[in-house]
Design a protein around this ligand. Structure first.
Ligand SMILES: Cc1cc2nc3c(=O)[nH]c(=O)nc-3n(C[C@H](O)[C@H](O)[C@H](O)COP(=O)(O)OP(=O)(O)OC[C@H]3O[C@@H](n4cnc5c(N)ncnc54)[C@H](O)[C@@H]3O)c2cc1C
Length: 401
């Protein structure tokens, strides 16, 4: 449902708002008065353009609630995501970037380690760059659940006032960051592809794709603290581990007793097709050009010979040829393998957003004009059904597999 309200008495039908709308949400009706359709995203771009103040977003005029005493907020924090006590690599990617941000701001880096039996992860956080670790080791935190994790993070943030909190944009990281930001009444930029510090304002510059991946938007959070962002897997590198590094471990308490937590973890069921694109060093990816589910078979063979994983474009996922877990791109996984072989993928911007930082990209496409060739280090123009089996044969021989 459209959120924008139009005062039909005031509207003069000048069309200024229609030109300002990037979503095609506004038009004139037969009485030359503006009407809004469901494309409206409530972005507000039209409101400033209206010369007669005929447009409003309900609630938008309410006074902005800002964080008081912004200067009290110091330090960069990152959340250490773990499963059964083992931290995931995305946590250390956050450690590396967090260290950079903290050094630029001349402040400290703090890791938040929540779980049960997670002392080792706390030590590792220091080895990866943290100056201080908040360690909350409690049986209620054994498995990730939103309520107890968010309660701890919110409590720590209220008491210790960090200026920045970053988390990996994994399923859990996205969930936790959203809950924490909402409770702290601060901003959150999801799925950032770059983070840096504005040298003049010292604000966190949070950059991510916007408008369907067609532009990169840099977002600031000037009036609220902490500034919060999530970052996808493999956008940043894991820094070198230095086990000789020293840091402070501060033990803190879990806040919610078990009987106050709404959810219970009953069981974990491993998905039938175990695909871990995020950690794969080699990915052989297929798009609409593979023509059907069976078209992925030669790609699977090549991936198997190379010891890699199979990825796909959204077109192949939408067609039901391969499960979503394989999708690479803006609405799928961001990957950063050593080698990405794109087979029958045109190279739409939303796909490139998820794989363009691969170290070596090989594109196989029968269309020499395909956009994928603009990012590929090596391009093969031809039919993937001829080329992929030849590559498999050659690698099998070379690698003796
Ligand atoms: C909001 C939004 C989010 C999106 N998110 C994603 C995302 O996360 N990931 C993603 O991939 N897309 C995403 N898309 C979709 C994206 O815009 C493209 O539609 C999609 O990537 C196209 O997939 P494709 O390259 O497989 O198909 P196509 O664009 O149809 O390309 C198929 C290619 O195969 C080649 N080909 C055909 N037959 C052969 C053959 N025998 N041998 C060799 N080459 C052959 C053709 O020349 C062509 O270049 C998103 C779109 C939107 C609007």
């Amino acid at each position: 449902m459209a959120l924008l309200e139009i005062d039909r008495e005031l509207c003069i039908g000048c069309e200024a708002c229609i030109e300002a709308c990037a979503f095609g949400a506004l038009s004139l009706d037969d009485q030359e008065i503006v009407v809004v359709n469901d494309n409206c995203t409530a972005c507000g771009a039209c409101i400033d353009e209206c010369p007669v103040e005929a447009l409003r977003l309900p609630g938008a005029e309410e006074p902005l609630v800002v964080t008081e005493n912004l200067g009290d907020y110091q330090g960069v924090w990152f959340w250490v995501e773990q499963f059964e006590g083992r931290a995931s690599s995305i946590s250390w990617e956050m450690a590396g970037k967090g260290r950079e941000l903290a050094d630029e701001l001349g402040t400290t880096l703090t890791a938040c380690v929540l779980g049960s039996g997670v002392g080792e992860a706390a030590q590792e956080a220091i080895a990866y760059g943290a100056d201080r670790v908040f360690l909350v080791d409690d049986v209620t935190l054994t498995h990730y659940r939103t309520d107890p994790y968010a309660a701890v993070m919110v409590d720590l943030a209220r008491r210790y006032k960090p200026e920045i909190i970053i988390m990996g944009a994994s399923s859990r990281g996205r969930d936790l960051a959203g809950s924490v930001a909402t409770q702290l009444v601060t901003g959150l930029t999801a799925d950032c592809t770059s983070l840096d510090i504005d040298s003049e304002t010292r604000l966190l510059r949070q950059t991510r794709p916007a408008f369907g991946g067609n532009i990169m938007a840099t977002i600031l959070c000037p009036n609220h603290r902490p500034q919060m962002a999530t970052v996808r897997h493999r956008v940043f590198e894991v820094p070198a581990k230095d086990t000789a590094r020293q840091g402070q471990i501060v033990s803190e308490q879990a806040l919610l007793p078990e009987d106050e937590i709404a959810s219970r973890v009953i069981d974990f069921i491993v998905s039938e097709e175990d695909v871990n694109l995020a950690d794969a060093r080699i990915i052989v990816s297929g798009g609409r050009g593979v023509k059907g589910p069976e078209g992925f078979e030669p790609l699977r063979e090549l991936a198997q010979v190379l010891g890699g994983a199979v990825g796909s474009s959204r077109a192949a996922v939408d067609a039901g040829w391969i499960p979503y877990a394989h999708q690479v791109g803006q609405t799928g996984r961001t990957v950063r393998p050593d080698l990405y072989i794109a087979c029958g993928i045109s190279g739409a911007i939303q796909h490139l957003a998820g794989m363009r930082t691969a170290k070596v990209i090989v594109a196989i496409n029968r269309d020499p004009e395909a956009l994928i060739f603009s990012v590929a280090h090596y391009g093969i123009v031809g039919d993937l059904f001829e080329i992929v089996p030849q590559l498999t044969k050659a690698f099998r021989k070379k690698l003796d597999r």
